[in-house]
Design a protein around this ligand. Structure first.
Ligand code: ADP
Ligand code: MG
Length: 243
């Protein structure tokens, strides 16, 4: 579903992604862990060209793009393949929960209003927020806002959903409801890449865990193996700090 080859990204003189290659299968759930500043967000942002990589190819679904030269049209087509869930929800503050979810369907997909409402209501129900459908983000808890964020990502029917620390801005008692929604998506074989600091969650939900440090993939493997039984000193040091 996703195939990244030799992806590199610099900010000024600093190499943030150093020749990263990565394949993710359809229906696979991959958790990315690693210290702050290791390039996790940048990797996600490069996948949908929110950041422009220096080099490498990105293939998602049936789209391939050479990051050294691509047209606006190619970029647009690649972006349509994924949807992103952000740490700080990034909802439209002047739109209701339901309108946040249907916005892209109306503006980008140009669907008829009736159809956008049907899809929107189905998704808001799926994340358990039907009673809050017409509320504005400011009246929702962080956990509720993030569930709207996830429903919004699902609305465009992406090939994969990219999560950048979806629970790290939440109050501890609100983390569970968001993880539960992600867990349900995993059961439905939604392809997901999840940057997270929740090690227990990663172990439960991810098929594979990737440990990143300093712009490299240091280690990857089955979640249990990387999180509980890694013999890599760098991974061990990181995991010790997490607990
Ligand atoms: P992580 O998500 O793993 O914490 P990031 O991908 O956010 O790491 O950042 C990786 C490195 O790139 C860090 O050193 C960060 O300071 C730097 N960086 C990220 N975004 C920018 C930017 N827009 N401009 C300059 N440096 C950046
Ligand atoms: Mg980050």
């Amino acid at each position: 579903m996703i195939s990244v080859k030799n992806l590199s990204k610099r900010f000024g003189d600093k190499v943030v992604l150093d020749n990263i290659s990565l394949d993710i299968a359809q229906g696979e759930v991959v958790a990315i862990i690693g210290p702050s500043g290791s390039g996790k967000s940048t990797l996600l942002r490069c996948l949908n060209l929110l950041e422009k990589p220096e080099s490498g190819t990105i293939e998602i679904g049936d789209r391939v793009l050479d990051t050294r030269r691509y047209s606006t049209k190619e970029a647009y087509a690649l972006r349509q393949q994924t949807a992103m869930v952000f740490q700080n929800y990034n909802l439209f503050k002047n739109k209701t929960a339901l309108e946040n979810i249907t916005e892209a369907l109306i503006v980008v997909k140009k669907m008829p209003k009736k159809q956008t409402q049907e899809i929107g209501l189905r998704l808001i129900e799926q994340v358990g927020l039907l009673p809050e459908a017409h509320q504005y983000p400011v009246t929702l808890s962080g956990g509720q806002q993030q569930r709207v964020g996830i429903a919004r990502a699902l609305a465009v029917d992406p090939k994969a959903i990219l999560f950048d620390e979806p629970t790290s801005a939440l109050d501890p008692e609100r983390v569970h409801e968001v993880l539960q929604v992600i867990q349900n998506l995993a059961k439905n074989s939604t392809t997901m890449v999840i940057v997270t600091h929740e090690m227990q969650f990663a172990k439960e939900v991810a098929d594979r865990v990737i440990f990143m440090a300093d712009g490299h993939i240091v280690e990857q493997g089955p979640a249990e193996q990387v999180i509980s039984f890694s013999d890599n000193p760098q991974t061990q040091r990181f995991l010790r700090q997490m607990t």
